[in-house]
Design a protein around this ligand. Structure first.
Ligand SMILES: Nc1nc2c(ncn2[C@@H]2O[C@H](COP(=O)(O)OP(=O)(O)O)[C@@H](O)[C@H]2O)c(=O)[nH]1
Ligand SMILES: [Mg+2]
Length: 369
């Protein structure tokens, strides 16, 4: 899973990015790789595999990971070449979801590019740039399809779809809302729609960056956070409240200090944990687990994935040669103390090709290649 962090300059993107990548690196002792100064791999905090690791005296505990990209250069006019211009586009095209950081904190020492704190205006500024970028993609495709449309019926059908999306964007609406509004009908159109890889078709999670004082009540007393929530709800998006400055402080702490610090602030989880939850929910993801003496590991899959395809996440041979899956919920496994004990009590399911994997399943795949 790859998430791109966007937002106007000086809203706290890099502060958030740095704290996420650093906190992750410390918390899980994961070989933190900096692919690029703006790309970081962050392990997903997962208490379940830690506990399974203890049960099995496992050599290696491997969490699921999220890749974050700190995308700079999005300013008013970026799609027309302002700031870093279109450089940011290539970075956003590849992400699964966008984390849009908006400034909801007051601080006279931090300059706002538009002079005042106004998160909904800021969101609209950024989204307008993304819409412009998408319109360019559509124009290019339209002129290409136009050349064949007269002769070719499928091209004619595509042209109609392209014009429909274009009109939607020109109305100032995000491509994503065409899906939620049921404006893309049929599998063929949906396939085409997805193939354009439009920026405004990507799911968005808004990160309301608040001051320290607004953290404990999750931004409930901050009117600007309320505006962001209202805006997000209209587009079916999620909002999570963070204080990037506090996240940066948290990222310096070890686990024990971190727990104490969060408690002092009246918080039950860190920004990273909130973000992970929002991302999994927004993208319709969940995880299943594998456990053994060599490795305990979390694997990320789409909700609704069947056993053979889940096996394919581990290795394509597992999917091809899938015979059956032995499945036990991780809590049951921890309670019973071993797979053998759980089996004896009949608590381990023998599942076939049609089994839909559940969150928290510990699975042993049987396959034949
Ligand atoms: N008061 C306050 N300042 C912040 C917060 N987050 C970031 N800043 C400050 O805002 C400035 C810009 O932050 P940065 O992360 O570089 O913004 P970016 O341009 O979006 O990457 C820096 O001086 C940060 O210390 C916050 O939550 N509260
Ligand atoms: Mg930055």
């Amino acid at each position: 899973m790859k998430l791109g962090i966007v937002g106007l300059p000086n809203v706290g993107k890099s502060t958030l990015f740095n704290s996420l990548t650093k906190a992750g690196a410390q918390a899980e002792n994961y070989p933190f790789c900096t692919i690029d100064p703006n790309v970081g791999i962050v392990p997903v905090p997962d208490e379940r595999i830690r506990q399974l690791g203890e049960l099995y005296h496992t050599k290696k505990v491997t969490p699921a990971v999220i890749e974050f990209v700190d995308i700079a250069g999005l300013v008013k006019g970026a799609s027309k070449g302002e700031g870093l211009g279109n450089q940011f586009l290539a970075n956003i095209r590849e992400v699964d979801a966008i984390v849009h950081v908006v400034r909801c904190f007051e601080d006279d020492n931090v300059v706002h590019v538009d002079g005042s704190v106004d998160p909904v205006r800021d969101i609209e500024t950024i989204e307008m740039e993304l819409i412009f970028a998408d319109l360019e993609v559509l124009e290019r495709r339209i002129s290409k399809v136009n050349r064949t449309a007269r002769m070719d019926k499928t091209a004619g059908k595509e042209l109609a779809l392209l014009e429909k999306i274009k009109a939607h964007l020109e109305d100032g609406k995000l491509a994503r809302t065409m899906i939620s509004d049921g404006l893309v009908d049929g599998e063929d159109d949906r396939k085409l729609f997805d193939s354009y890889n439009l920026l405004t078709a990507k799911p968005v999670i808004y990160a309301a960056n608040v001051s320290e004082d607004d953290l404990a009540d999750d931004g409930a007393s901050n009117a600007q956070v309320a505006q962001v929530r209202e805006y997000a709800a209209k587009n079916g998006s999620e909002v999570f409240v963070i204080c990037a400055k506090i996240e940066a402080e948290i990222s310096e702490l070890d686990d024990e200090e971190k727990a104490m610090f969060l408690e002092d602030l009246g918080l039950s989880e860190s920004g990273l944990e909130k973000l992970v939850r929002a991302s999994y929910h927004t993208l319709g993801l969940m995880s299943f687990l594998t456990a053994g003496e060599d490795e305990c590991r979390a694997w990320t899959i789409k909700i609704g994935t069947k056993a053979p395809q889940a096996a394919g996440k581990i290795h394509t041979d597992f999917e091809r040669g899938f015979i059956k899956a032995e499945v036990v919920n991780y809590e049951v496994l921890l309670r019973e103390g071993s797979l053998a004990a759980a089996r004896e009590k009949g608590l381990v399911g023998i599942e076939g090709k049609e089994y839909v994997v559940q969150d928290g399943d510990v699975i042993l795949f049987r396959f034949n290649v």
